[in-house]
Every structure is written in structure tokens, then in C-alpha cells.
Write a protein that binds this ligand. Structure first.
Ligand code: MG
Length: 499
């Protein structure tokens, strides 16, 4: 891309080495999870941190900061140029505010804490992990103070994952969403909903090679261009973007409950499509890729849940399933639909269905807010977790591995990250509501396997902009809405209670 402005062109030229470092860091990250021999870990760790330091030196170099500073004073910039200045300025400001000692302390604690957390989870022993959690929280509290905030210290951490996100806003979201979801679950239980009955399809072992073929068949149906995209296998599925023309996903094969593998594939493919459909002119600029974590998650959730678990989609892929999964060869479309949409209020977030999932996030949000508001000490967390889980989902974990120790996020210093999952779910429902108004044959096209209109709608309304606009500005501009829970509640009620 070239800008009409001399300073902006200089910025883009100076940014290229940073983009290249990001490119190679992403490639190394992908390799680490998929193909690297296990003994390569230590040297890879050194290479990775050295490249990050190099990136930071370039970003905070006086020449580059000077260019961005002078661009901030320019008038008459177009939206694209304003986007570049906004994104770079955010990154520079954040890096400048956090002293080197704190960054180092955090990355050291991340490695130690994460290792201890793994062992503690295995032994289900919170006390073993507790000193590390305390240390990490202490570091994050200091970081929040350095970054600064208007009202709540947690705001500083939220904003680093989702631009301009605040406690006030999330209090509104969860204050509205949580009671609605609890009411829906109660109704499902009271009426003995068929969605609550566990399918026998979840309990048989499948042939991994054949489900791998099935996943590839589904990607073909969804029209992924294998010249710009690929899929590998890892324990925890992820998407890694090297460039607009090289986006990679992974999926998982546990050998049992095949819907998990299919859902992971479609979820990650949804993330990938966001980056694949970013406008090519944004390639190698700071604007390449999605606007935020929540918007990225809205894309993965849209494909995984709203399309992937819909009746027309299940009907579309049913023949492929019957072909590759031998024990499902007589399952009817309706049985498969209920299997994909089984609801189960349980302890573990990553296994949660689309109705109960956001209650898991509500719990984590409450705890994080209390931690950073100095209302909850680390010793009190496990008990608080279990009490609230019982109130929200009606189940009480009887060991820490089912409760407070289940997620990796805190040990990696990711405080403020969880709420973006719920915001992503809300936006996915907002999207389908708006999309249905434009695409009258939305369901018919899915049943036919014609995903072009849906992909094109997403490209025009979301994907092509990359991060030209901050998430809220983009939602406002193209969907005329914010993080409004109404659409999600209506979507869930219509799907699970109307039938
Ligand atoms: Mg995701």
C-alpha cells in the first residue's frame, strides 16, 4: 500500500522490518505447536524472546516514534492513515508506559507460573500454584497502575485486549445477559428439553484418519483456498496468520466425541477467514488482520455455532458424517442436530455448549474484577469460584482441577482476556440478525452448500477493514450497534425454546 502523504509512506517503509519480525515470530509459533521436535524448546525460547526485543527496539527507536508523533499532528488524513496512526500510537504508548523491569518480571513469571500451574492442575492442588498466582496478580496490578485508568484498575487490563473496553460496559452486558441465560436453562430443565439428553454418538471411538478426511471435506464445502491456507493437528487448536496469503489453522483429534473435532475445525476456519478476506492493500501494514479479539472471536463463533450447529448445516454435512463415522451411519439428521447442540451445565468452560458458555465467562469476569478492585484475596478465590459456579450453573466442583485450576490464562498473565469471548458471542448473534435482513435465502443457501453470499457479506461488513477502525467504531459504522446482548438472547431463545 502507498499513501498520498510523505510521512505516512515513511512510516510504512520503516514498519516493514517490524512486520517481517512478526511474520517470522508467527511462523515459529506455528512450528512450535505443530512440528518442532520437543528438545528444540530451549533454543526456540531464546530466539523468540530475542526477536521480540528486536521488534521493541525498532518500535521504540527515536526515528520511528518521531515519525508517528509527526503523523499525529497531520490534518486531512483518510480513515486508513488515521488507522495506522491509531494502531501504532497505541502500541508505542503501551510499551513506553510499562518499565522494562515489569515486562521482564512478567515474562519470567509467565514461564515459572505456567509450569507450576500445569503440575498443580494435574495434582488438583491450588496451594501449590497459589504463590505464583499472587506474584502474577501483583505484577499485573503494577502494570495497570503504569498504564493508567479512569475508574477501575481492571479497565487498564481490559483495554489492552479490547480497545476502550471498561468495567462499566461489562457490568451492563453481564447484568443483562446472566439472568436471561439462567432463566433459559431453567426452562429447558423444567420442560425436559431433548437438548439436555446426552447422545450416544458422544461415547463411541472414531477413526482419526477418516474424521480428518471429513474435516477436509467440510473445508472444501466452505470453499477454503488451499493455496493460501492449511490445516494441521495440535492439542489445543489455534489459528496463526503469517500474512494475508498464508493463514494456517490446527484442529484436534481425541478419538472420541467427533463433534469436538469438527467444531474446532470450523471455529478456527472462521478465524482464518477474517484474515484471508482482509483487503489485500493492507498487507504488510499495521492494519493487517482483525480489529480486536472480540471481533475475531465473533467470526469463529459465527461459523462454529451459528452456521455450524444450525439444522441446515447439519443436514448438509450429514451424508459426509455417515460416510466417515461408521457408528453414525444410521443417525438421522435430527439425531445429529441434537448431538451437535447437546446442552450440559458442567464445570469445564472449554467443553461448554453455546447456552451455558457465557456463564463460565461471567464467573471469571466477576473474579477478575474483584481481584483488581482489591475485593478478593487469592486465598479466597477457590471457595468463591465454587460458590458462584453453583449459583450460576447448578454444579459445584469437588476439586480445584474442575474449578479454579482449569484455565491456562491466569498463569500466562492474561487478565482481562476472558470477557472478549462473550463479546465475540454477542457480536456473532448480532451479525446473523443483520445478515438475515440482507440475505433472504440465508438458510436455503446453507442447505445448498452455497456459502458465497455469507462470505461476501462478512467481507464487506467486517473483514476487508482489517484494523482500520477500533472495534466499537467498526460495529457502529457497519452494523449500527454495540455489544448489545439482546441479539444473543433472542438467538438462543429462538433456537432452543421455540421448537
Ligand atoms: Mg477462538
Amino acid at each position: 500500500m502507498r499513501c498520498g502523504n510523505f510521512v505516512m509512506n515513511q512510516i510504512l517503509e520503516a514498519y516493514k522490518p517490524m512486520w517481517s519480525l512478526n511474520h517470522v515470530i508467527a511462523l515459529m509459533g506455528w512450528d512450535f505447536e505443530t512440528h518442532m521436535p520437543s528438545k528444540g524448546t530451549e533454543e526456540r525460547g531464546v530466539a523468540d524472546s530475542q526477536l521480540h526485543l528486536l521488534h521493541k527496539d525498532l518500535l521504540l527507536g527515536s526515528d520511528f516514534v518521531g515519525l508517528v508523533e509527526s503523523a499525529k499532528k497531520l490534518e486531512g488524513l483518510n480513515d486508513l492513515e488515521k488507522g495506522i496512526v491509531r494502531v501504532l500510537n497505541r502500541e508505542i504508548t503501551k510499551q513506553l508506559k510499562i518499565p522494562k523491569e515489569l515486562t521482564e518480571a512478567e515474562s519470567l513469571e509467565r514461564i515459572r507460573g505456567n509450569m507450576t500451574w500445569r503440575m498443580a492442575r494435574e495434582k488438583s492442588d491450588f496451594m501449590m500454584y497459589k504463590p505464583h498466582l499472587e506474584k502474577m496478580i501483583e505484577i499485573k496490578k503494577q502494570i495497570a497502575e503504569k498504564i493508567g485508568y479512569e475508574k477501575h484498575p481492571y479497565d487498564a487490563l481490559l483495554d489492552s485486549f479490547e480497545e476502550e473496553l471498561t468495567v462499566d460496559e461489562l457490568d451492563n452486558v453481564f447484568g443483562d445477559l446472566t439472568p436471561h441465560l439462567q432463566k433459559i436453562i431453567k426452562k429447558l430443565v423444567d420442560t425436559g428439553s431433548p437438548f439436555l439428553k446426552e447422545s450416544k454418538l458422544a461415547k463411541s471411538n472414531y477413526d482419526i484418519q477418516r474424521v480428518d478426511e471429513l474435516n477436509h471435506d467440510i473445508l472444501t464445502l466452505l470453499q477454503y483456498d488451499m493455496k493460501r491456507f492449511r490445516m494441521d493437528v495440535s492439542t489445543h487448536p489455534f489459528t496463526e496468520t503469517m500474512s494475508i496469503n498464508d493463514v494456517r489453522i490446527t484442529t484436534r483429534y481425541e478419538g472420541i466425541d467427533f463433534k469436538k473435532s469438527i467444531s474446532s475445525t470450523i471455529h478456527e476456519a472462521g478465524h482464518a477467514l477474517y484474515d484471508l478476506q482482509c483487503d489485500q492493500s493492507l498487507s504488510m501494514t499495521p492494519l493487517q488482520g482483525g480489529s480486536s479479539l472480540a471481533l475475531h472471536e465473533s467470526q469463529s463463533r459465527f461459523w462454529e455455532n451459528i452456521v455450524g450447529r444450525s439444522l441446515p448445516f447439519v443436514q448438509l454435512i450429514a451424508p459426509l458424517i455417515r460416510k466417515q463415522v461408521t457408528f453414525a451411519n444410521r443417525a438421522t439428521d435430527d439425531e445429529l442436530f441434537l448431538y451437535f447442540n447437546n446442552i450440559n451445565a458442567d464445570y469445564i468452560r472449554v467443553d461448554a455448549d453455546e447456552v451455558t458458555y457465557n456463564l463460565h465467562i461471567a464467573l471469571r469476569y466477576e473474579i477478575e474484577k474483584k481481584i483488581f478492585g482489591d475485593e478478593l484475596s487469592v486465598s479466597e478465590i477457590p471457595e468463591f469460584w465454587n460458590d458462584r459456579m453453583e449459583q450460576l450453573l447448578g454444579v459445584r466442583p469437588n476439586k480445584d482441577s474442575q474449578g479454579v485450576l482449569q484455565d491456562t490464562h491466569w498463569s500466562s498473565g492474561l487478565f482481562g482476556y476472558f470477557p472478549t469471548y462473550t463479546l465475540g458471542n454477542l457480536v456473532s448473534a448480532l451479525i446473523v440478525s443483520k445478515m438475515r435482513k440482507d440475505l433472504k435465502d440465508y438458510e436455503v443457501e446453507i442447505r445448498r452448500g452455497n456459502f458465497k453470499p455469507i462470505r461476501e457479506w462478512l467481507r464487506l461488513k467486517v473483514h476487508r477493514y482489517g484494523s482500520v477502525y477500533a472495534p466499537k467504531a467498526l460495529l457502529n459504522k457497519t452494523l449500527n450497534e454495540g455489544y448489545n446482548p439482546d441479539y444473543f438472547v433472542t438467538y438462543i431463545e429462538t433456537k432452543y425454546l421455540a421448537s
